[in-house]
Ligand binder design. Structure first.
Ligand SMILES: [Zn+2]
Length: 198
């Protein structure tokens, strides 16, 4: 019914287009022609943006929104959006947080890594891993997580490493332990305080 001529300047049709709704677009007054000379209408999208659409695009159903509908079908606007939370095949929980310093290229970060990072007040560094104490990979309660560090081999419990480090210092250089002088964290709190009673 709204098929129009190419110029779109027939008054009757122009008046009938104005005030009509096509998809998310409400047609308003006539706007500037396209570079190819097609008549265009100033349309207000449901999202609040204005856009120019030709009569033909409106009539054929080509123009249904300012472009936001396509955008609605990715990421947080997708109908099946689950808060960016998904389960990796290996059983761990992934969160979509492109800004996180431990995120992979696609913007996902393991939830247990994020939780541990929050406890440490810093991102995890190379060689650090997070161990699930009870073996349940999606149980990311802080009390179930333990920071491990490895340089070679499977790694060691950080609290064990800290005890070991203190033993070494006690034996060879007790001064820093006595005064705490000389301890300069690279960033955040030392991992020693991460688990348990924080
Ligand atoms: Zn829109």
């Amino acid at each position: 019914m709204w098929v129009t001529d190419e110029t779109g300047i027939v008054m009757g049709k122009a008046l009938r287009l104005c005030g009509q709704k096509f998809g998310r677009l409400s047609v308003g007054p006539r706007g500037p022609n396209s570079t190819s000379g097609k008549a265009r209408w100033i349309c207000k999208c449901d999202c609040g943006k204005y856009t120019l659409s030709s009569s033909g695009d409106l009539a054929s159903g080509e123009a249904k929104s300012c472009g936001c509908v396509r955008r609605y079908h990715s990421g947080s606007q997708h109908p099946q959006w689950r808060g960016g939370r998904t389960r990796h095949l290996n059983g761990y929980i992934l969160l979509l947080e492109p800004g996180h310093l431990n995120a992979f290229k696609r913007g996902y970060v393991f939830e247990h890594v994020k939780v541990m990072g929050g406890l440490l007040d810093r991102p995890l560094t190379k060689g650090e891993t997070v161990h699930h104490k009870n073996g349940i990979r999606d149980d990311n309660r802080p009390e179930n997580l333990e920071l491990w560090a490895s340089r070679h081999g499977p790694g060691q419990r950080v609290s064990d490493l800290a005890v070991y480090a203190k033993e070494i210092l006690q034996k060879y250089d007790p001064q820093p332990l006595a005064s705490n002088v000389g301890y300069t964290p690279v960033f955040g709190r030392p991992p020693l305080y991460a688990s348990g009673n924080s």
